[in-house]
Design a protein around this ligand. Sequence first.
Ligand code: ADP
Ligand code: MG
Length: 466
Amino acid sequence: MQKELIENAIERAKLFGILKYLPEGQLTHAPFSLSPFSISAYDLQEMTELTAPFSELMIGISQNWEFLEHHLEPIAEIDSFLRMLLDCRTEEITQSKQLLVQRNDFFLIKNEDRKLREVSISAETTPAGSALSHVELNTVSASFPYLITQLSRLHRNLFEKDQLPEIVPNNPLGPVVDAFAQAVCDYDSPDSVMLLISQPTEGNRFDQMGLEQLLWDEHKIPTVRKTLADVFEEGSLRQGHLVLDGKTVALSYYRAGYTPDDYQTIEAVKGRQLIEASSTIQVPDLPMQLAGMKKIQQVLTRPEILSSFISAEISQRLLKTFAKMHTLDEIIETPEGEMPAAEWVSGNPENYVLKPQREGGGNNYFGREIPKTLAAIRQDEQNAYILMEKIRAQIHSAILVVNGHAETLTCVSEIGRYGICFADNGVLKSNHDVGYLVRTKAENVNEGGVCAGFACLNSLVLEVGG
Ligand code: ADP
Ligand code: MG
C-alpha cells in the first residue's frame, strides 16, 4: 500500500477523533488496521444472532444471587477484590431497572480445529461445526463504541475512494448513546445527569468523551465524570438519589471499577458503596458485573447449568461456540489418561490460558507462564483461577498502523458484538445486537489491548461468495 494512502489514513484517523494518549502523555492515533477482516455471511449472522441470547443469559444470572454466591464466595475467601465486590451488595434492592451494555468476543478458529470441535460435541444435535470460538463476555466497561464507529467511518471513506473493499456497516455508538438517554428518561427525575465513572488516568478517554459528546448533542444530557474516590468525596444521598455537583445521577456508567487498582483507597471503596446504596441505574449493576466473571463463564460450559438459564435450543447454539474450560482440580480426560487439569496443563501449557477473576487485559497467563504461576500459588489459591483451552484463531496478513508506522504482519482478529438489553427485575424489555468491534493483532501476541498498543481497531468485510 502506498505511503501516501497510509499517511492520509493517519491524518484522517486523527481528524475523526480516533485518538489515544501514550503513557508519556503525547497524543497519537489509536492503532488501526488497513486490512478489514474477512468473514463469511454465515458466521457473521450466527455471531449476530447470539448477542441477544447472551444478554438474556447474563440478565438471568444477575437475578440469581444464590447462584453467584455459590460459585464466587469460595473464591472471595482468597481473593480480596472479589470479597470487596460481594460485600458491596445491599440487602435492599434500590433500583429494579437494568441496562446491560455488553460485548461478546470471539475468534474464528482454524479449519482443522473446526472439524475437531464438530466431533467433540454430540453429533446428533450439532450437524454443523461452528467456526466461532467464544473468548469472553464483557458485562462491564465494554469499550470502544466511539473509536470503532469512527474507524468504520474512516474505512468507509477509504472504500469510497477505491482504496479499501466495502466494509460491513457498523455504528454501535448511536444505539449505546440512545440507550443511555432512554435510561435517564426512565429514571424520571428532572435535570438529571449521567455519571461516567473513570479511572484517575485514562489513556482511552477519547472513546469515553466521544460518547459523552453525542449524549449531549443528541439528547442534551450532561455527563459528570468522576473517579470512585471523587464520588465518595463529592457525592451525597438525597432521598435515595445519588447527587453530584448539585445534580441527580440518573445513570452511572462504569468505565472503571472492574479491577482492584480502582479500589486501592478506602475512599474508592466507599464511592462504590455510595453508588450501590443509591437508586441510580447502574451500567452494569453489581450482579451483572459478577455474572461476567470468568469463573461464571467456566461454570456455564457445563450443559446442565447453561440450560437451567436458557432454552435447550439456545444452549446448544452457545455450547458450539464454547472452548473447553476447567477448574485446576478438575479430573480431565487426556491422551495419557485421567488426571487433574493442573497436572496436565503443566506438561502442555501451550494449549491453555490460565485466567484469574480479573478484567481489563494483562492478567492472563499463557504458555510457559502457566507452570511458573502454578508453582508459585498455594493449593487453596488454585480456586481463584480457571483454565481455558487456547483458541487457535485463523491467521491472515494485515497492515497494522501503530503510532504513525505501518507494518504488514501475520495476524489474528478478535471480533466482538455489542449488545444492549433493558430489563426490570430480570424481565426483559428490549434486547438487541447493535454492532461490532474487530481487534487485529500480530499472531504471536497473546493479550489484546488496543490502548496498550497490542491490537489494532479493524472492520469486517464479507467473504466473496460467503
Ligand atoms: P480480559 O477480561 O482481561 O480482557 P480476556 O479473557 O478477554 O480477558 O483475555 C484477554 C485477551 O487474551 C483476549 O482479548 C484474547 O486476545 C486473549 N485470549 C483470552 N483467552 C484466550 C484463549 N482461550 N485463547 C486464545 N487467546 C485468548
Ligand atoms: Mg476481554
